[in-house]
Design a protein around this ligand. Structure first.
Ligand code: RFL
Ligand code: PHB
Length: 389
């Protein structure tokens, strides 16, 4: 098969990019290792920045999001008994949208036939070749046969564990990494949320987050040591822990129910640079990971895709190489700022095992400062709604 862009991975980054390219008449194909049901069973992000909402609008795929998504004007940082509300709407005149990654992915998947976006699911052993030339190709196996896609560009949208990043020679790529000594244990349940806005809590027993997917579906997290296993956490134990960490007021409004999903995700900050090598462009989790505190991962994938799509459309429709050449620097400038925000919010809201009294005093002082300073709250709000693209 011959195409202009071969996209590896049909997560939100790959599908968004595919749709944006097809909308401008650029030829592409998406190769995905898993099947659609598996992809839709992964419970991940819940909070969308303006850039992600805008991309769905640009594609005209925002009908369901507009109906079912919930706009949030603010969110809360809980510090013991105190709740610090960050009023994004008032401080920076912007909001975030609560609409699950699963739903965005479903909307993008459902539109593929109509929009003529070809996705090859269950593509095994995807391998990239000649990425530093102008004529790269991708090989894979499906239904017992080997296939080959010749293209001009490869977009590596295959997440943290995919093959794309590994195709950049070690002498070219540099990794920046911070692994955290805990993971987030999450529970999804069909119960109404305990609060109409998100609550991030720093309790002496550890971090907790009260989030949601809708008025009737809640998502909660606590941080746990990496040695913990999900099997050790009955629903009842997890609800009890959430009630303590989120504090008496949230606990009083919390409805318990059986888990639809329960899993532990490790926390990591990671950046790979450059994000382009020759004809290979990396987008989303294939190039960077943020800890989920701050809800930046999916949104960063969306901003990468915004830059990558514009660059590729410029290349194929206006013979301009400018966006391609600038892609890595442009994307990384925004990536690093989101990395900083996610890292600093993680630092502020979690009890690190190596921390002593001084580090805890710094957290208390910072939360005090945020509670009393409009400037500090404005900075947090500006980052939370998403920095400009
Ligand atoms: P994905 O979603 O991992 O998709 C990559 C796709 O590539 C496929 N793939 C391959 N395909 C072909 N061949 C191979 N060899 C392949 N290897 C992999 C995979 O099957 C998959 O379909 O990456 P993408 O598209 O870059 O999207 C990134 C987001 O998924 C991620 O950043 C967010 O989910 C992070 N995240 C959050 N982000 C937010 O913006 N807001 C949030 O509220 C938020 N909460 C979260 C999160 C991530 C979490 N976990 C579990 C990591 C909460 C959690 C708990
Ligand atoms: C979620 O709802 O899954 C969620 C919300 C906010 C975060 C992380 C995850 O910061």
């Amino acid at each position: 098969m011959k195409t202009q862009v071969c996209i590896i991975g049909a997560g939100p980054a790959g599908l968004l990019l595919g749709h944006l390219l097809r909308a401008e008449g650029v030829d592409c194909v998406v190769l995905e290792r898993k099947d659609p049901d598996y992809i839709l069973s992964r419970i991940r992000a819940g909070v969308l920045e303006t850039i992600t909402v805008k991309l769905m609008e640009r594609l005209g795929l925002d009908d369901r999001m507009k109906k079912e998504g919930i706009w949030h004007d603010g969110f809360n940082l809980a510090d013991g008994e105190r709740l610090i509300r960050v009023d994004m709407a008032e401080l920076v005149n912007k909001r975030v949208m609560v609409y699950g990654q699963t739903e965005i992915t479903r909307d993008l998947m459902d539109a593929c036939d109509d929009r003529d976006l070809q996705v090859e699911y269950e593509a095994d052993d995807v391998a990239l070749h000649d990425v530093d030339s102008d004529a790269p190709c991708v090989t894979y196996y499906k239904d017992g046969a080997e296939h080959r896609v010749d293209c001009r560009f490869i977009a590596g949208c295959d997440g943290f564990h995919g093959p794309s990043r590994k195709a950049v020679p070690a002498s070219v790529g540099k990794e920046y990494e911070r692994v955290y000594p805990f993971g987030w244990l999450g529970i999804l349940a069909d119960v109404p949320p305990c609060n109409h806005e998100l609550i991030y809590a720093n309790h002496e027993r550890g971090f907790a987050l009260a989030s949601m997917r809708s008025e009737t579906r809640s998502r909660y997290y606590v941080d746990v040591p990496l040695t913990e296993k999900v099997e050790g956490w009955s629903d009842e134990r997890l609800w009890d822990e959430l009630a303590v960490r989120l504090g008496p007021e949230a606990a009083a409004s919390m409805t318990r129910g059986p888990s639809l999903e329960k899993s532990i995700a490790p926390l990591r900050s990671y950046v790979f640079a450059p994000m382009r090598h020759g004809s290979l462009m990396l987008c989303g989790d294939s190039a960077h990971i943020v800890p989920p505190t701050g809800a930046k991962g999916l949104n960063l994938a969306a901003s990468d895709v915004h830059y990558a799509a514009n660059a590729l459309i410029g290349f194929f429709t206006a013979s301009s190489n400018e966006g391609i050449v600038a892609y890595s620097d442009t994307a990384l400038a925004r990536v690093w700022k989101s990395e900083r925000f996610s890292w600093s919010l993680t630092r502020l809201m979690h009890r690190f095992p190596e921390d002593g009294e001084f580090e805890r005093a710094m957290q208390v002082a910072e939360l005090d400062y945020i509670a009393s300073s409009r400037a500090a709250q404005t900075s947090i709000a500006e980052n939370y709604v998403g920095l400009p693209v």
